[in-house]
Design a protein around this ligand. Structure first.
Ligand code: UDP
Length: 330
């Protein structure tokens, strides 16, 4: 059966079906194109930046990148990418360990990992590239344990980093159980269980439509996975850091102590540092500020929030980006 792909059209024709002869990896494509105006014409389709890939063994095609330009007998038609209609093309999702625990008394709630996997699946199918940094606070936090029975901070932090690897492998297994190709890359070598972090390889995975989970934080003690998220975000040129938490966003006061605390819509990096808001550690905020990376803080527990945030819809609190100062949600 011929492969087929329906692309949205920028012009008058609502959609076009392409029956391509597929080569892998697909960088160019010959297709016979059936258009109302050009019926019967043999058209060569040049696909300068379009990558079509076989998402599954059943060869479902996903229109992933760029523009499709069709030229025939002096007629040029341009088809917008489905991907171009979304705000972000490559995102970095930070999932804290605490969020993975959900309401469960265990360290990890499989319902939470499955809901993350499902929502991520729904956006990778749109062609949005997703990298994830997982925390480890549901299992071990170095700072809380340092000092116990002579445990020094560095050793405690290495245990904390190992905890993030456990979460990453759990999340990878969950993702793969529903057919999302996923790679884990660790900041220090554990080559029997995961790839080492190699920036170019991570980017290649993303371009191929795989989800990449970065584990073991930065690989250095005295840092956090928020900082690892900011760092990896800058390194892989992700356009936004999406911080999934257990709260709806950033409040002007602690909502657990102050019932009148208001959820902030937007904030500048300066607001976060000068008001000492505990949304992220300062190293992470500074790294985002220096690299102009907007941060979206949102509630992972609300169904649909992850995919909404990844698609660039309004959710939670936006830090940085184009906002200059704090705005309260009305
Ligand atoms: N950690 C570290 N260096 C890093 C990232 C994490 O030492 O670059 C350790 C640290 O001990 C931390 C633990 O790993 O407490 C778990 O990470 P984090 O507390 O950031 O997880 P989260 O709060 O997101 O669940």
């Amino acid at each position: 059966m011929a492969e087929s792909l329906t692309l949205p059209c920028c012009f008058a024709i609502p959609s076009v079906t392409v029956a391509p002869v597929m080569t892998a990896p697909l960088v160019s494509l010959s297709a016979s194109l059936k258009l109302p105006e050009l019926k019967g014409s043999n058209i060569t389709v040049s696909v300068p930046t379009l990558a079509l890939r076989s998402a599954t063994s059943s060869s479902r095609l996903i229109h992933r990148v760029g523009r499709l330009v069709c030229e025939s007998q002096g007629t040029a038609l341009e088809y917008g990418s489905s991907r171009q209609s979304y705000k972000w093309h490559r995102v970095l999702l930070k999932v804290s360990g605490e969020a993975l625990a959900g309401d469960n008394t265990q360290n990890i709630d499989p319902k939470v990992t499955m809901s993350i996997a499902r929502e991520v699946a729904s956006v990778t199918q749109l062609g949005i590239e997703v990298a994830i940094v997982v925390g480890g606070g549901n299992i071990f936090r170095g700072a809380s344990w340092a000092g116990c029975s002579g445990l020094d901070r560095s050793s405690a932090d290495y245990i904390g980093m190992l905890a993030t690897v456990m979460n990453a492998i759990f999340l990878q297994a969950t993702m793969e159980s529903i057919g999302i190709p996923t790679r884990v890359q660790t900041a220090f070598r554990m080559s029997e269980v995961a790839e080492p972090y190699i920036r170019r390889r991570a980017i290649r995975h993303l371009e191929k439509g795989r989800v990449v989970i970065f584990a073991a934080g930065t690989g250095n003690p005295f840092f956090t996975t928020d900082t690892a998220a900011a760092l990896r975000c800058a390194e892989i040129n992700a356009e936004v850091l999406l911080k999934a938490t257990n709260v709806d966003g950033v409040y002007d006061d602690n909502p657990q102590r102050n019932q009148n605390a208001r959820l902030l819509d937007t904030l500048s990096y300066q607001d976060v540092t000068s008001r000492e808001l505990t949304v992220m550690d300062m190293t992470a905020v500074t790294l985002c500020q220096e690299n102009n990376i907007p941060v979206v803080v949102f509630n992972l527990a609300k169904p649909g929030n992850i995919s909404r945030a990844i698609r660039g819809e309004r959710v939670g609190t936006v830090i940085g980006g184009k906002c200059d100062s704090a705005a309260v949600r009305g």
